[in-house]
Design a protein around this ligand. Structure first.
Ligand SMILES: [Ca+2]
Ligand SMILES: [Ca+2]
Length: 218
């Protein structure tokens, strides 16, 4: 981050401190979401950490003027970004949760969840501006998993995860969260992880295979 190339990739550090304490009703501090189009088969729904692909138009609520259009950038390709991790302004991270491919939304974002008291002069957003975005979502993919997490599990550093390494990792996770589990849970989850992720069946989970490795069941 910190490149500031596009509006949507602005680091959160540019945001002014939230203006919650300075008046305005609670409702005015929330993101308002209006669904303009909902596909019949609305799945998968976006969640934190997913990799989303979308187009946006941004308008100032005050006069309706358009300050941003993703279609005019990057040869008209939709934007890719990870949801819920601060790659976009906070209001958009909130506004795009639980949204499916093909869905269109019109969202209203209060200044405290956008550019705050500071505004953002580069694209002519004045201080304390409420923003409206029209969003069309194209894709919801599983987000990238961190290299750090992979390396942490890969104790022997051979760039693939063995059963022993995953087993060790599971035991550590179990110890950390302290939940009671049936004694067979460890073996079942281990088998399930390999069934879902060891795509070439070589008994190891490679970095590539790990990219789609989910452990929501833990
Ligand atoms: Ca290894
Ligand atoms: Ca493998």
């Amino acid at each position: 981050m910190g490149r500031g190339i596009t509006l949507l990739l602005l680091p959160l550090a540019l945001l002014a401190a939230p203006a919650r304490a300075e008046g305005g009703t609670a409702a005015a501090e929330e993101v308002q979401i209006e669904v303009l189009h909902l596909p019949e088969a609305c799945s998968p729904k976006s969640k934190k950490g997913d990799l989303l692909n979308a187009h946006y138009d941004g308008f100032l609520a005050s006069d309706g003027s358009k300050f941003y259009c993703s279609r005019t950038q990057n040869e008209g390709h939709p934007k890719w970004f990870v949801l819920g991790v601060g790659q976009v302004i906070k209001g958009l991270d909130i506004a795009m949760m639980n949204m499916c491919p093909g869905e269109k939304r019109k969202v209203t974002i209060p200044p405290s969840l956008a550019y705050g008291q500071q505004g953002y002069a580069h694209v002519k957003i004045p201080p304390n501006a409420t923003l409206i975005f029209e969003i069309e979502l194209y894709a919801v993919n599983k987000g990238p998993r961190s290299v750090e997490a992979f390396n942490q599990i890969d104790k022997d550093g051979d760039k693939k995860l063995s059963e022993l390494e995953i087993s060790q990792y599971l035991k550590e996770e179990f110890a950390r969260d302290g939940k009671k589990r049936h004694p067979s849970a460890h073996d079942e989850i281990l088998a399930d992880i390999f069934k879902k992720n060891d795509h070439d069946g070589d008994g190891f989970i490679s970095a590539k295979e790990y990219n789609v490795y989910q452990h929501d069941e833990l």
